[in-house]
Ligand binder design. Structure first.
Ligand SMILES: Cc1cc2nc3c(=O)[nH]c(=O)nc-3n(C[C@H](O)[C@H](O)[C@H](O)COP(=O)(O)OP(=O)(O)OC[C@H]3O[C@@H](n4cnc5c(N)ncnc54)[C@H](O)[C@@H]3O)c2cc1C
Ligand code: SF4
Ligand code: SF4
Length: 413
């Protein structure tokens, strides 16, 4: 095996294979390669897809907040195959999943995806902690009450900077999880836990990258052991331009004279980041770009702002304060909204231009930053060798993981 570029994740197995004149195994990928190409290359977006997909439950989260081996890696490649920053070409998946092309010009269709109906909406009984119109919480609570779902996978604020993913099975738990947290807490990892008895139909709320990985897990289930992805009957995406590293966000705010403990809630809207205390008083309002050092650099490679692969997508762009923008994308989404009856105040939204503008901007950003390129017609799966050839020599090139991250690989394999 002759490599024209350095592979920082090379190991004794690659050497033996090379000396034997054969590939390691055709494109077999061990966790330490995913770590090198994504996690330690500072490209991980914290979706938790690798943790969800690992059939031996060998991946957990280390003290540095990043996915790490917690027991032996079997080299099954699943962490690579389902990672939206590695093997899974999300724009191709969106293309495959698109159900009902719109009568729009192709560019708009590609960035906005399928939209069966669009609204500016507000929950009639809006949860006090809700971020915008409380629409997500309102939908989940109503579906749970009517028995359409048994629970919802969501990410609640632990504090203003940190999120915690969990399965809510009561209306109180759903309402207590209202509000946005700009931290990716590996929400998909919940799918790799056994479900409690009686929990058979779930809703999942997450960022667009999480929804794409969930869809891949549903569409291409692992052969030997299913994840709880099969139990998800409704997906709700939150519009998303970027997420943040909580520690870096806290230190950026400290640089602006704001103590982390005093912040109860963060909101990002119309390009401004606003930090508030518990009674709603503003502590800080600054352009969000001043906090770009704290943003996840992997988000710069993400082409999906509006949750193309979800049943419902919700954000605030295009709606007045106190309202959420709601896009209905699929039949399941349509049925969910129809079953809510009077739980939501819905105003039809004709002008989707503000959403399209941000979606186009995000896609262009992804095209600039993704060394593998954004190619909706490309192969669904990107091999490790292709990744290495595309990223080698760039500032996002693979980087050897620290020994603690692949310790179990080194001692067991
Ligand atoms: C990282 C991030 C970036 C965002 N960026 C934009 C943006 O650029 N433009 C825009 O219009 N909207 C953005 N949003 C969406 C917006 O902040 C609101 O979440 C959305 O408008 C829904 O408001 P709501 O009042 O209807 O939801 P609520 O009723 O408040 O419910 C919010 C739901 O989202 C879940 N949730 C909160 N944070 C997370 C998370 N990190 N991961 C998974 N689930 C979570 C909660 O558990 C809850 O169920 C972003 C959200 C996040 C989390
Ligand atoms: S981006 Fe998601 S799937 Fe990829 S390594 Fe990070 S947490 Fe795992
Ligand atoms: S910008 Fe994209 S990659 Fe980053 S958290 Fe949002 S959906 Fe995920």
């Amino acid at each position: 095996m002759t490599l024209a570029y350095a592979d920082p994740s090379l190991n004794i197995r690659d050497e033996i294979a090379s000396l034997s004149g054969m590939p390691e195994l055709p494109e077999k990928i061990w966790f330490h390669k995913t770590a090198a190409a994504v996690i330690d290359a500072n490209r991980c977006v914290g979706c938790g897809g690798c943790i969800a997909a690992c059939p031996s439950r060998s991946i957990g989260v280390a003290d540095d907040g990043k996915p790490t081996l917690v027991k032996m890696c079997t080299g099954c490649s699943a962490c690579w195959d389902y990672c939206p920053m590695a093997g899974l070409r999300v724009e191709r998946l969106s293309n495959l999943l698109r159900q009902q092309p719109l009568e729009r010009d192709n560019d708009v269709d590609e960035v906005l995806g399928t939209v069966r109906a669009s609204y500016s909406a507000k929950a009639v009984a809006r949860a006090g902690l809700a971020q915008d119109g409380g629409v997500v919480t309102g939908i989940l609570a109503a579906l749970l009450e009517s028995g359409e779902i048994d629970g919802a996978i969501m990410s609640a604020r632990e504090d203003a900077f940190h999120g915690r993913s969990f399965i809510a099975t009561t209306v109180e738990e759903i309402r207590s999880g209202a509000g946005s947290v700009y931290h990716q807490s590996h929400a998909l990892s919940v799918l790799n836990q056994p479900l409690a008895q009686g929990v058979e139909r779930l809703a999942f709320v997450g960022t667009p990258c999480q929804i794409s990985v969930l869809r891949a897990l549903q569409r291409y289930p692992w052969r030997y052991r299913a994840t709880a992805a099969h139990a998800v009957v409704l997906t709700i995406a939150l519009f998303c331009t970027r997420s943040f590293d909580p520690d870096r966000l806290m230190s950026s705010m400290a640089g602006q004279g704001i103590e982390a403990d005093s912040v109860a809630r963060i909101d990002i809207r119309q390009g401004q980041l606003v930090a508030q205390v518990a009674d709603g008083r503003e502590l800080l309002r600054r352009p969000v770009k001043e906090f770009s050092e704290a943003a996840l650099s992997g988000c710069d490679e993400c082409p999906d702002f509006s949750g193309l692969n979800a049943d419902l997508a919700v954000g605030n762009v295009g709606s007045d304060a106190g309202y959420s923008t709601l896009l209905v994308r699929t039949e399941a989404g349509e049925k969910a909204i129809a079953s809510l009856k009077d739980g939501l105040t819905l105003r039809g939204m004709e002008d989707l231009a503000p959403i399209v503008a941000i979606a186009v901007q995000d896609k262009k950003r992804a095209e600039r930053n993704s060394a593998r390129g954004i190619d909706p017609q490309g192969g669904l799966w990107v091999s490790y060798s292709e990744h290495l050839s595309r990223y080698s020599g760039t500032k996002r090139m693979p980087k050897a993981p620290p020994s603690f991250r692949s310790y179990h690989f080194d001692v067991s394999c």
